[in-house]
Design a protein around this ligand. Sequence first.
Ligand code: ZN
Length: 273
Amino acid sequence: MSQKLVITCACTGAETTKAQQPALPITPEEIADAAYDAWRAGAAILHLHVRDAEGKPTMDTEVFRRTMELIRRKCDIVIEITTGGAVGDTPEARLAPLVALEPEMASLDCGTVNFGNDYIVNTLPIMRQFAQAFRDHGVRPTLECFDLGHVHASKILIEEGLIAPPYHYGFVLNVPGSVPYSPEALLEFRHAMPQGAFFTVMGIGRASLPAQYGAIATGGWIRVGFEDNVYYAKGRLATSNAELVERAARIAREAQLEIATPDDVRAMLKLRR
Ligand code: ZN
């Protein structure tokens, strides 16, 4: 269990649209501005997806490169890129930016899951291919688990020596078609992970705020942002990603937790500099 609480901001995602959230950052410039504002509000990690000129999700390495350069010019936030990509992408397409750009962190999906009416496919052979690429390129994975079985699948990769400590989990709860958020579900995921691992709780949609309190109560870290939830309160859209980060930092401070800086994350997760 950590002394400091890490806030991740997932500012864009692959599925959220401007129609749902007019303040959604789409272009590299908009995403860099959102990352900077989130960093100022207390986020230590930026979870990064990028979009093409039409606003559709893309795994184009050059768009990632441009966006990461713009972010790094503004602040030292830790950049965690997605390897989930969008529904239907091949494993090679999902890994291309990681291989080319070697970010400090990236997400590693730990199993197959319903995603609303779609589904995300991650067989154990695909997961081994991903874990090997992370290891070869010195990228710290966030082990994203949408289902309890995913936590157990991640331990197969650990036993095979494909993932080295310190471990960082991302528990994604309340995706339609998968596990709804509840304190009991969060505790089951937490109990299944290796002892001493770090974990970030992501509550999708209306589960966002309960998941933040759940993280605080169980020694976890918090993720907020338009990828997961576009509302500040029932019927009231958030004005920006930073507004959601500010609230997360505020409730964590009220719980007497210190907010981690990017360099705290680099030390705790032993990130390659
Ligand atoms: Zn994502």
